[in-house]
Design a protein around this ligand. Sequence first.
Ligand code: ISE
Length: 341
Amino acid sequence: MTIRLGLIGAGLMGADHARIIALDLPDASLQVVCDMDPTRARAVADACGAADIASDPEAVIAREDVDALIVASPDFTHAPLSLACIHAGKKVLMEKPLSQSPAQCLEVIGAETRSGARHVMLGFMRRYDRAYAEMRAALGAGRLGRPLMMHNFHRNVETPAADFTGAMAITNSAPHEFDVARHVLGCEYTSISASQPRRSDSRVAPVVMVLETGDGQIVTIEVNNNAAYGYDVRAELVGETASISMNHVAYTRMEGALASSAAYDADWRGRYHEAYVAQNRAFLGFVETGLFPEIAADCWDGYCAALVAETGARALASGAKEPVNMAPRPAFYASRKGDAL
Ligand code: ISE
């Protein structure tokens, strides 16, 4: 059966999802590309063989010839569009974040819980990256002993917008680390502190965060949105008996001029291409079977990331270590079908 997908949002990530559907998902077709800007929607539709374009996301969600949705529109639309998909009974792969507001995440969680079925898979694609999967497997197999620390570096060439702030480094970029470290360690955070070194110019400086978990681990995260040299993500998981770290991911290395060098990707789309493809394939499996994919992020994970991010932004402003006060996890999210109620 071919799954007919509606794509909402034809920007940077939307165009990337469209390419993945066209080139890497033979069991899916791109039925319609929806964007406020018809020229942008048309360009993506033509490049990736979509039948149609549209500008009203709610109408696209309701279409009979759309089986499921991939949403990559601006962040503030994610919660309302998740609600629309839940109400329409359609499954959606929603780009992260679910919302930057934990309260709004809880609203979506309430709607999904009441619907009695899983609808929303969240695009925390790093869960599908091989390096993090190997770290998680090594920990699960007992090869590291008790986990003590996970160190993370997340560097972008430059900020996506000139008015990007330190708080946005925490609410826009760091949620990837909040989610993947929590996924690898299988823990919840109990506190976060954050601070920044001083740059010589007016660009946003790196943000360095220290988080504590309920199991007594420490997670450190550096987000540097103006690293200039390339897209560079690193992680090391340190256990009591061994440590495992991510290698630089590059297919080639250049030797010349008395030096050896490996290239960096310009942004996350190249570095995480395989992870995006694996994630999107898992989403199709979810649409076909109704079973929520084993390692995918759900609305509860979206809430956790949003809550830690909101608390982290507060910690940056206050300079103090702030407690992370999580709501209780609904029983609904214990089952892959969501029928635990
Ligand atoms: C962006 O939204 C992402 O999700 C990228 O993975 C991250 O590296 C970047 O900092 C964010 O702005």
